[in-house]
Each structure stands twice: as structure tokens, then as C-alpha cells.
Design a protein around this ligand. Structure first.
Ligand SMILES: [Zn+2]
Length: 277
């Protein structure tokens, strides 16, 4: 059942085989990829890179497309809104989706997708080297029930059902790679008004993570976590709960406007305090 959790799956497992793109494979795959040089040459101009990690659809496998295969559909308007808020603050901001690296935004095969992810990972490494603030935006699984009583991390007396996983808004770092700046940024986000704003409109914070960071294995945070501009993965809430509360992806974005404004303020102040802006 764990493969339903958006931050767990193929994208995480892929780290095991991650290696730098060799010149040979770069030559062989060049015709199917947008030149990563396009990105690399522009990274030094960037303040913030927003990433989504997941594929938009699931033509080749299930587990890169996030929660229930629909995560991108529900998070993309919030990502677009967040980009616009950051730009209004004078921060040079870009969004990187995996399909942006494919010609005509079309992923042609599973192998092609793997190559795109290799390219994507390389861009994250270089963005971190350029002190770009890297923010990964996701929506979480809400509840995963279990009948296996030995596997319940959240025993509850108030609910007839038992759960293997209870999700919600949370802030995630990968313990294998956290710069002081990433830790500072994540703590500023955690102890800001972001979670109270969310709770005011009915969004649940992941149980036990309202005042602590979630540390877990995640490829993008592993690659980006060393950035002096800071990096963090933010789960904006549980997808099913957000759907129930606000109905459409666009309405979810609209309701997340205030918390995203707060995230933008914190990033702006963070970059100024580290002389990066
Ligand atoms: Zn996700």
C-alpha cells in the first residue's frame, strides 16, 4: 500500500541507480531531450526553482505520477500561483516539471522518461551549486487503512478504522543532505503562520508533524538539500481532503494563496539574510 504515498515510490528507488550522465548517453539521448544547457546557463540568474517531481500522467508506470496518478492535476495550479507570487516579490523564479525537458513536452517511452529524470536530477545538482532556493511542492495521501494491527503507527480510539498512514501538510528534508541554510529555511517555514493559516481553512497537518520536520529519503531533496539558498519539500495538504474542502484544483490554489504568500515572504527574507538577493 505504501506506493500510494506520493513521496515514496519509483522516484525514491531510482536514487539507487542514480549516476552522472555520461558523455556517451548524453550524445545518444540528445535528440529526445531539450538541451539541459538551456537550464544550466540560466540557473545563475535564478532565485527560486519550483519543482513538482512527478510525471503529469502515468503512461509508462504508476509510481512517478504521485498520489493516485492525479497529483499533478491537483497541484499544478498552486505551483503556478506560487511562481507568480514569488515573481511579484522580485524573485527570479522558474518552474521545472519533468516534461519540460522533453521536446514538445512529450514523454515517449519509459526509457525516455528515465533519461529525462537523469537530466532533471543534474539540473537540481547545479541549481543547488548556484545557491538557488529549491522548493518541491506536493500533495499527500490522506488515509491509508490497514487490517494489519502490527503495522499501525497511529493507534486511535476515536475511529473505527485503523490506519497504516495518516497524511497532511508537512515539511520534508532528506537527512542525507541538509545545508545549514536548508535547515534554517525549513524551520522558519515550520514555525511561521503557514500551518495556522492552513488549519484555519480546514487543512490537516500531518499528525505529529505540526512542530517538527519530517526527515525522509527523497531524491530531489537529497540532490538539492546542500543549496546555500535552502531547499525544502512542502506537502500542501492531503489531496483527498483538499478535494473535499475546495473541489477543484483551481479552488485549491485560490485557498492556498495566503499560506503561499507566507512561504514567499520567508524565502525572500531568507535570501536577503544570506546576501543572496
Ligand atoms: Zn508527491
Amino acid at each position: 500500500m505504501l506506493f500510494f504515498i506520493c513521496t515514496i515510490g519509483k522516484r525514491k528507488m531510482k536514487f539507487l541507480t542514480f549516476k552522472l550522465l555520461s558523455l556517451t548517453s548524453l550524445f545518444l539521448t540528445f535528440s529526445l531531450l531539450v538541451s539541459s544547457d538551456h537550464w544550466k546557463h540560466n540557473l545563475e540568474l535564478l532565485d527560486v526553482l519550483i519543482i513538482s517531481d512527478h510525471t503529469k500522467l502515468k503512461p509508462f508506470n504508476l509510481d512517478t505520477s504521485g498520489f493516485n496518478g492525479i497529483e499533478r492535476t491537483y497541484v499544478d495550479p498552486s505551483i503556478e500561483l506560487f511562481k507568480n507570487i514569488l515573481k511579484e516579490r522580485g524573485l527570479q523564479t522558474a518552474v521545472l516539471h519533468i516534461e519540460d525537458l522533453a521536446l514538445d513536452h512529450e514523454i515517449l517511452s519509459r526509457k525516455h522518461q528515465d533519461e529525462l529524470y537523469t537530466n532533471y536530477d543534474q539540473i537540481l545538482i547545479e541549481a543547488a551549486q548556484q545557491n538557488v532556493t529549491i522548493i518541491s511542492l506536493h500533495l499527500d495521501a490522506e488515509k491509508i487503512a490497514t487490517n494489519d494491527l502490527s503495522q499501525i503507527p497511529y493507534p486511535t480510539n476515536t475511529d473505527a478504522e485503523t490506519y497504516l498512514y495518516l497524511g497532511g501538510a508537512q515539511i520534508i528534508l532528506d537527512p542525507r543532505n541538509i545545508s545549514n541554510e536548508s535547515l534554517q529555511l525549513a524551520q522558519k517555514l515550520l514555525f511561521s503562520d503557514i500551518f495556522p493559516f492552513m488549519q484555519n481553512i480546514g487543512i490537516s497537518i500531518r499528525p505529529t508533524y505540526s512542530s517538527r520536520l519530517r526527515l525522509q529519503s527523497n531524491i530531489s531533496m537529497h540532490l538539492a538539500g546542500s543549496s546555500k539558498g535552502g531547499a525544502a519539500l512542502i506537502e500542501l495538504g492531503a489531496l483527498d481532503e483538499l478535494k473535499r474542502l475546495f473541489n477543484t484544483p483551481e479552488a485549491i490554489a485560490k485557498n492556498l494563496h495566503q499560506p503561499l504568500e507566507e512561504v514567499a515572504t520567508i524565502i525572500s527574507d531568507h535570501r536577503k539574510s544570506h546576501w543572496l538577493k
